[in-house]
Design a protein around this ligand. Structure first.
Ligand code: SF4
Length: 481
């Protein structure tokens, strides 16, 4: 049996809690500890030299533990507070009464060393400490505007071309690493969830199988239906772990030593009783990257493909969406509480899908006033089945041919006698530009004729239609330029 030196940390006795200690074992007070927190469970206060500040930081850390905050968050906040304590020493600050907005502004502009992204730890300390009566700090001391703008980027899913090449060659990897891909990809689990996936995650209900796991991020249990094939992959992995360590290891996967970056078959692979790591040296990442390098797997731009284990989730969710599953289904699969989360972060709509869904009407749309409009602003049926909204009235319309789309929901009737070019529901499309120009010329000719014949109603009708068509044509030509 191979037991890594990390395992010793787990089996070592948890150090009992003493408020006066310079180092706390957070496992004594944090109920949310798990194996992935190993190595970050010790909170060090020794290098906070201001005693009055250290006391409050300790209270704050204890509060975070009691409220179940993750150890990584606590360590990040602690690091922020240590940095701030050094600044307080440099500025000869001797109590909370001397901490004010002006001091914070100086702190923020003192140089690149202050990472504004980590301001939140300081702000939380001030808020919680004041709320709990530990000290009294003006809550305006750190403002939203002090934080640099953060942009949320959509993840870049693995392209189909790259994914297919990887999957065709998964058999070159050791089975246990290939199984990480298969289960992680199918389930769209977060890497942290895959690492803590328990061996008893597979449940059979009659002919159906499902995978159940605990999610730390949302502190709930999530389940998805799985195919018989994936169930077999899980069973194979259960057997693999059973053969390695019998019942001594609770998790479905484990970490490895001696990972090779040059040999896909990983000849020296040595399983260790340790959960999969968070970032570097993740066996799946090393295995897939080695596969990419050895087989020279390139993306559509000819660049060597890149891989991180976290990409499996976004790739899978994007694939589900691209396969035509409703956003509600993809959202349920992902376990998101809000559809918007799925839509914003995981459903990169591919160009192919856009073409399939929107077809030819996606290019440029304007309304009867020539204003640009987005097809997403129309009923879903408009881009799902554009044909049902299409207007192509050439022969049947007595006065003016109509080309374009009607944006009215399909369950509503038109009460405007098809006076489309003057209707706010009308949608013109760039494809019909030549027809609009012809129609405008015809309308102008008809207008002159009606004027000379003194047909005022027709003059009014043709005049208004020509005016709107003029705007539509100008807008479409501008967009095409
Ligand atoms: S007049 Fe308006 S509502 Fe009626 S068919 Fe034309 S665009 Fe649609």
């Amino acid at each position: 049996m191979n037991v890594s030196h990390y395992s010793d940390n787990t089996s070592s006795a948890i150090k009992s809690f003493d408020w006066k200690d310079e180092q706390w074992d957070l496992r004594t007070i944090n109920p949310n500890f798990d194996d992935r927190d190993r190595g970050i469970h010790l909170a060090n206060f020794a290098n906070i030299h201001l005693v009055w500040f250290k006391v409050e930081v300790k209270k704050y850390v204890k509060h975070l533990c009691k409220t179940g905050r993750s150890l990584s968050t606590i360590q990040q906040d602690l690091s922020t507070l240590r940095r701030f304590s050094r600044y307080l020493v440099r500025e000869n600050i001797s109590s909370f009464d001397e901490i004010n907005r002006s001091l914070i502004l100086d702190y923020l502009v003192q140089g690149q060393k202050v990472n504004k992204l980590k301001l939140s730890g300081l702000r939380k300390l001030f808020t919680i400490g004041t709320t709990k009566g530990w000290f009294d700090i003006d809550q305006d001391i750190i403002r939203d505007a002090d934080y640099p703008k953060q942009y949320q980027y959509n993840p870049d899913p693995i392209s189909d071309q790259v994914r297919e090449q990887i999957e065709q060659n998964l058999h070159l990897l050791p089975d246990s690493i290939a199984r990480m891909w298969l289960i992680g990809y199918f389930s769209a689990m977060r890497p942290s969830e895959l690492a803590l996936l328990k061996r008893d995650c597979l449940v059979r209900e009659g002919q159906h199988w499902k995978l159940i796991w605990h999610r730390k991020k949302t502190n709930d249990h999530h389940e998805i239906p799985i195919s018989r094939t994936i169930a077999k992959v899980v069973q194979d992995q259960q057997e693999y772990i059973q053969n390695l360590w019998s019942d001594e290891w609770d998790y479905l996967f484990c970490h490895y030593h001696n990972l090779s970056k040059t040999d896909v078959s990983q000849p020296q692979l040595e399983p260790v009783m340790k959960v999969l790591p968070i970032h570097a040296n993740h066996p799946l990442s090393v295995g897939i990257r080695t596969l990419i390098t050895i087989l020279d797997i390139r993306d559509e731009n000819g660049l060597l493909a890149k891989f991180q284990s976290k990409l499996l989730r976004s790739t899978r969710l994007t694939e589900l969406f691209a396969q035509g599953h409703d956003l509600a289904v993809v959202s349920a699969w992902a376990g998101h509480k809000q559809f918007a989360t799925t839509a914003t972060h995981y459903t990169e709509v591919s160009c192919n899908l856009m073409e399939k869904e929107a077809g030819h009407i996606q290019k440029a749309l304007v309304n009867s006033n020539g204003h640009r409009i987005l097809y997403e602003s129309f009923p879903k049926s408009f881009w799902e089945t554009p044909i049902s909204h299409k207007l192509e009235l050439t022969q049947t319309h007595v006065n003016t041919p109509i080309y374009g789309y009607c944006g009215l929901p399909l369950n509503q009737d038109c009460h405007k006698s098809r006076a489309c070019y003057t209707c706010e529901c009308f949608v013109a499309t760039i494809e019909k530009l030549p027809q609009y120009i012809n129609t405008l010329n015809e309308l102008r000719a008809k207008l002159i004729k009606a004027m000379s014949a003194g047909q005022e109603v027709l003059v009014e009708q043709f005049g208004r239609q020509a005016e709107q068509l003029d705007k539509i044509i100008a807008s479409l030509q501008q967009g095409a330029a």
